[in-house]
Design a protein around this ligand. Structure first.
Ligand code: KIV
Ligand code: ZN
Length: 523
């Protein structure tokens, strides 16, 4: 048997709360960020990139509180290559037991053009900013953004400068997901061989998934000597996302024979955090997503089912339990009690305090009155539908008239900032009428970009999960909800997106949105 204790350790750097949250529409509330940070810490993530403190007061407050509450993980904040960003970042992360500043600048010719710095000026900027950061903090990560499209000699030069100025981790970002596995490995191998001081620091790999190669590129970099993987839960992130944490961690575990590296991740916590991130970010996991997709452990075809029943290893390279997916097969119903619900939710990865359980139990009973059998997926949808008490917009009553005879109409009562309002609106179908009613009670300019409905389970009494995405002045938000009534789920998802929009407006303040504070601004 392999002695894994002698294997090299690969650090897991999670950037769900920074690069992941940058994904348009993936806004998380302050409380949600704290919850995800706690889950990341508990699952054994080595470094949590908690946010971009200069981007907004909301980002700063979240990074600071995550730092204050941190237990085991290093808490890292992002800063552009200027003293103001770095100072603000330090103010937020310094409260952590183990703080880190991550500063970066785009080094490829395209980025040098944008920043209007020539190669020498940029080299000087890197020296000055890394030195400044190191004077504040012992743990400094530096990234040459778009490293995989930076000229090799210039990359060696700037990496050496950053190391000499005090960087302890050098991250090599494949910012636009351009590289391929062999090249990803070669870049790390060449840096280690050619840059003086390279043996004294840790190389990290940060891959985006534009060509679907993020996981392969990250693992290739590790094979070549990188010892930190930057990743996000569910691969959340801008465009096609980042390397998925669950994929690299499980690949290193399942193929430890050919990739003999250890991580500190408790893999049984993967499923729970995946569900929480999907819920709070409003980005559902695609059904056939590796490791955490709904179908990842499902065997539909007769041949596969037969093989798995005889010997699970026939078609399964890992066990569902390895990622915390417990098949308890216990269907719940209206006679199920509080203890059974608590135990079932625990199996699904949700550990609830008594007051939380009371709230869920009430909603569970309401659902059980409408739906005979409650499956695991129904409970996950129920948990995802929990609404914070302090939401400004709430639906109190909705009755919709629909059918073959137009006009369809919606009679809606909403609570808006504590006051009750009622209206009846018409529309082209029940959902349109409902959305028109919401808009009449709470006028706004946000444009509906996406409206999607999925059945949670099978049968005509199944719950529907509705996702809504909206955009207002460049701010994109998503809302999700589940109900056995598709129109009610639609109304709740729409209102949830509006609540997130209000939160974003408050968090950002005038002109402080992080997508307005661009990476180009290095001054
Ligand atoms: O993709 C990227 O280049 C980044 C940097 C800020 C590290 O996220
Ligand atoms: Zn990135």
């Amino acid at each position: 048997m392999t002695d894994t204790s002698k294997q090299d350790r690969v650090l897991i750097f999670d950037t769900t709360l920074r690069d992941g949250e940058q994904s348009p529409g993936a806004t998380m509330s302050h409380a949600e960020k704290l919850e995800i940070a706690t889950l990341l810490d508990e699952m054994g993530v080595d470094i949590i990139e908690a946010g971009f403190p200069i981007a907004s007061d909301g980002d700063f407050a979240a990074v600071k509180e995550i730092a204050e509450r941190s237990v085991n993980s290093v808490i890292c904040g992002l800063a552009r290559a200027n003293f103001k960003d770095i100072d603000r970042c330090w103010e937020a992360v310094k409260h952590a037991g183990k703080p880190r500043i991550h500063t970066f600048i785009g080094t490829s010719p395209l980025h040098r053009d944008i920043t209007a710095l020539d190669p020498d000026q940029m080299a000087e900027r890197i020296h000055d900013t890394v030195t400044h950061a190191r004077n504040l903090c012992d743990n400094i990560q530096w990234s040459p953004m778009d490293a995989t499209r930076t000229e090799t000699d210039y990359l060696y030069r700037v990496v050496e400068i950053a190391i000499k100025a005090g960087a302890t981790t050098i991250n090599i970002p494949d910012t636009v997901g351009y590289t391929a596995p062999r090249e990803s490995a070669q870049i790390i191998e060449d840096l280690i061989a050619n840059v003086p001081g390279a043996d004294e620091i840790t190389f990290a790999t940060h891959c985006h998934n534009d060509l679907g190669m993020a996981t392969a590129n990250a693992l290739a970099a590790v094979d070549a000597g990188a010892r930190q993987i930057e990743c996000t839960i569910n691969g959340l992130g801008e465009r096609a996302g980042n390397t998925a944490l669950e994929e690299v961690v499980m690949a290193l575990r399942v193929r430890n024979d050919i990739m003999p590296f250890q991580t500190g991740i408790d893999t049984t916590k993967i499923m729970n955090i995946s569900r929480r991130v999907a819920t709070v970010s409003g980005f559902p996991v695609q059904f056939n997503k590796a490791i955490v997709g709904k179908n990842a452990f499902l065997h539909e075809s007769g041949i596969h089912q037969d093989g798995v029943l005889k010997n699970a290893e026939t078609f399964e390279i890992m066990k569902p339990e390895d990622i915390g997916l417990n098949d308890t097969n216990l269907v719940m119903g209206k006679h199920s009690g509080r203890a059974a619900l608590r135990s079932k939710l625990k199996d699904l990865g949700f550990e609830l305090a008594d007051n939380q359980l009371n709230d869920v139990f009430v909603r569970f009973k309401e659902l059980a009155d409408r739906k005979k059998e409650i499956y695991d997926d129904d409970l996950v949808a129920l948990m995802s539908d929990a609404r914070p008490e302090d939401e400004r917009l709430k639906i109190k009553f909705l009755r919709v008239i629909c059918g073959t005879e137009a006009p369809q109409s919606a009679d809606l009562t909403m609570i808006i900032d504590g006051a009750q309002h009622q209206i009846t609106a018409e529309g082209d179908g029940p959902v349109d009428a409902t959305f028109n009613a919401v808009k009449a009670l709470f006028p706004h300019e946000a444009r509906l970009q996406l409206y999607q409905v999925h059945a949670v389970t099978e049968g005509t009494d199944a719950q529907a999960t509705v996702s809504v995405r909206m955009e207002e002045n460049g701010i994109i938000v998503t809302g999700q909800s589940a109900d056995t009534d598709t129109v009610v789920a639609s109304a709740k998802a729409y209102v949830s997106a509006l609540n997130r929009l209000l939160m974003r407006r408050e968090q950002a303040g005038p002109g402080a949105d992080k997508r307005v504070v661009t990476y180009k601004d290095v001054s």
